[in-house]
Design a protein around this ligand. Structure first.
Ligand SMILES: NC(=O)C1=CN([C@@H]2O[C@H](COP(=O)(O)OP(=O)(O)OC[C@H]3O[C@@H](n4cnc5c(N)ncnc54)[C@H](OP(=O)(O)O)[C@@H]3O)[C@@H](O)[C@H]2O)C=CC1
Ligand SMILES: O=C(O)[C@@H]1CCC=N1
Length: 279
């Protein structure tokens, strides 16, 4: 792996290895690069095309898993759960003794990660989400058995480059996955539906998209900035006998609220299944 003078001296001890730079790996990488740390980062991906594309786009180094892990003080694992066991075997063979391992894989517990890594390895399990790509991510972290407070804080600091970070008990991470991990997909699904409806009502797709996206952004900003309860905010939109109540009655008749609950229960269940190796 080619090294610049800068990378071979002062930055080596702080090197961050990204193993797997698909959707989620790239989203987190983008935050660190925005923070101005590209010289510290080495990426590795199964797909050599993808690895080269990401390395070029963000101006970071690229190499094999062994090259990325050797000399890295932080190792971020962002492969699919089904690929994790093979990756952990490879990582374990090259891991520095004081390296912190951070996994973003859905479902896979800190106990699972610890079991597949050298004894005593400090691990942090994270559930991030893709808005990290634009610095508006939401990550929840839990520490493994050998992870000290300072190492959890280090992981939180690293993730804060791509958005908000909270620490939760690991028992809550399946629920977190159902809420904020998968959450962006529910929002995009609602956007698709609203745009389709707008087109049906005779608005061009471009205009409908602009209307929907800004409405979503405005509503999210109101929720965040006012701190008001969503019920109160919804009631303020709903004039007596008006258009909004007519629409909301249809959503209730179609059991949309209940559908969200059962959908999110399914996501949490699936996260727990991934932990027990079912898939
Ligand atoms: N996407 C999301 O919204 C979120 C994803 N996550 C978690 O993030 C992880 C990654 O998901 P996502 O980014 O969507 O998946 P992607 O498939 O987009 O990315 C994973 C990448 O890792 C590569 N890979 C597989 N095995 C290895 C290996 N041994 N060494 C190096 N690279 C490897 C894959 O290559 P190839 O395809 O060639 O195998 C692929 O490019 C998952 O565990 C997921 O649960 C968590 C929160 C949100
Ligand atoms: O769908 C998944 O399994 C991953 C985890 C959360 C979001 N995407």
């Amino acid at each position: 792996m080619p090294e610049t003078a800068e990378q071979s001296s002062e930055f080596v001890g702080k090197r961050i290895a990204f193993l797997g730079v698909g959707m989620m790996g790239e989203a987190l990488l983008a935050g660190l690069v925005r923070e101005g740390r590209p010289a510290q980062i080495v990426v590795s991906d199964h797909s050599s095309d993808r690895q080269a594309e990401v390395a070029e786009k963000y101006g970071v180094q690229a190499g094999s898993v062994a090259e990325a892990v050797a000399g890295a003080s932080r190792v971020i694992l962002a492969v699919k759960p089904k690929d994790m066991s093979a990756l952990l075997d490879e990582v374990g063979a090259h891991l520095e003794s004081d390296a912190l391992v951070i996994s973003v894989a859905a479902g896979l517990t800190t106990a699972y990660l610890e079991e597949h890594l050298p004894a005593g390895t400090p691990v942090v399990r994270v559930m991030p989400n893709t808005p990290a790509l634009v610095g508006e991510g939401m990550s929840a972290v839990s520490a493994g058995t050998h992870c000290e407070e300072s190492q959890l804080a280090e992981a939180q600091a690293l993730l804060s480059s791509s958005g908000k970070v909270i620490a939760v008990p690991e028992s809550q991470l399946d629920a977190v996955t159902a809420i904020s991990g998968s959450g962006p997909a529910y929002v995009f699904y609602v956007v698709e539906a609203m745009v389709e409806a707008g087109v049906l009502l005779g608005i061009t797709r471009a205009t409908a998209t602009e209307l929907v996206v800004q409405t979503l952004y405005g509503a999210a900003t109101m929720l965040k900035e006012t701190g008001d309860h969503p019920t109160l905010l919804r009631e303020r939109v709903s004039s007596p006998g008006g258009t909004t109540v007519a629409a909301l009655r249809q959503l209730d008749d179609h059991k949309v609220r209940a559908a969200f609950v059962t959908a999110m229960e399914a996501a949490a269940r699936r996260s727990a299944e991934l932990a027990s190796g079912q898939g």
